[in-house]
Design a protein around this ligand. Structure first.
Ligand code: NAD
Ligand code: FES
Length: 294
């Protein structure tokens, strides 16, 4: 089974957008989920954010940034080329998808999207829009040229606030600045959903804890198998060991140990690091990835 690429474009420097034919995945897909792809049978498995899905056309839209050899190879694929594997939808759908619609309509939701994290925020806000719910959205980018999906988001968001770290477009400063500004202007939010780099999610959660706004984050640690077997995506949430690929990717942001998650990301990259993690995590270390000598 091959998964044909129907369309590709470069949204910003090193950030790519692809529409892929994957009927079964598209049929089952819900906001909040992700896919794992392989370009050929020997290549690495790459977990990717779902940016959009079209059940009728049977397509999934993915957005990715070049971060290593695998994504570099992916970026050279063109319309007409195919993926060897396109596994999904993986992970749990966003919690609100299962909530009572009338209760959901009474909640004021704020989405905070950082950089490439704007892509997974889009299907969530679109789903809400399709169900008659208008959510506020903040998109943050380092600079104007790295801003993605602004027009698409404008069509589905209640209010859209764009901010750039360098002030080259929209508001000036990081997303946390805009959250503070909106609250100071009198806005009230019942729930915040933050998706972006770990460091952004850490600081958004620090702020929303002070502001007493329950916050959901979507974690994307290193993943290998995406099925809960390898242990690569281990995180600690509320003092408990969780695996982002099966228990998440969404978690209560106020319970996530971000410092440990960020440290583990770095340590996991080397063979020595993985051996260290095996020793440190003891009986609860999975080792199913085969990378730590277990
Ligand atoms: P980036 O570094 O450009 O950051 C995006 C925005 O996050 C910034 O504009 C800023 O507003 C905010 N931010 C960054 N640091 C902050 C801080 N200390 N305090 C408050 N706000 C802060 O983002 P990028 O380069 O596009 O991000 C790439 C990263 O995002 C990669 O690590 C990738 O793995 C991750 N990512 C995560 C998801 C997910 O599901 N969580 C999805 C796609 C990408
Ligand atoms: Fe989650 Fe392997 S990627 S356990």
């Amino acid at each position: 089974m091959m998964y044909k690429i129907l369309e590709t474009k470069e949204l910003a420097a090193n950030i790519f957008y692809m529409v892929v034919e994957a009927k079964r995945v598209a049929k089952a897909c819900k906001p909040g989920q992700f896919v794992i792809v392989r370009t050929d049978e020997h290549s690495e498995r790459i977990p990717l954010t779902i940016c959009d899905y079209d059940t009728e056309r049977g397509t999934i839209t993915i957005v990715f940034q070049i971060v290593g050899a695998g994504t570099q190879i992916m970026s050279s694929l063109k319309a007409g080329d195919s993926f060897h594997d396109f596994v999904g939808p993986l992970g749990c759908p966003s919690e609100f998808v299962g909530e009572d619609l009338e209760t959901l309509k009474t909640k004021k939701m704020l989405f905070v999207a950082g950089g490439v994290g704007t892509a997974p925020v889009y299907p969530q806000v679109k789903w809400l829009h399709q169900h008659g719910i208008k959510a506020d959205v903040i998109i943050g980018a380092k600079t104007r040229d790295l801003l993605i999906l602004e027009e698409e988001m404008k069509e589905v968001a209640g209010n859209l606030y764009v901010t750039t770290d360098d002030g080259s477009y929209g508001r000036s400063g990081m997303v946390t600045q805009t959250i503070s500004d909106l609250v100071n202007e009198g806005k009230h939010y019942d729930v915040c959903v933050a998706i972006g780099p770990m460091i952004m999610m850490k600081f958004v959660c620090k702020l929303t804890k002070e502001l007493d706004i329950p916050t959901i984050v979507s974690l994307n640690p290193i993943m290998v198998d995406g099925t809960g077997m390898c242990g690569a995506c281990r995180v600690t949430v509320g003092g408990k060991v969780k695996f982002a690929c099966v228990d998440g990717p969404e978690f209560d942001g106020h319970q996530v140990n971000f410092d440990e998650a960020m440290q583990r990301q770095q340590i996991y990259k080397t063979a020595e690091g993985r051996a260290f993690l095996k020793a440190k995590e003891g009986d609860t270390h999975h080792g199913g990835c085969g990378n730590c000598g277990n």
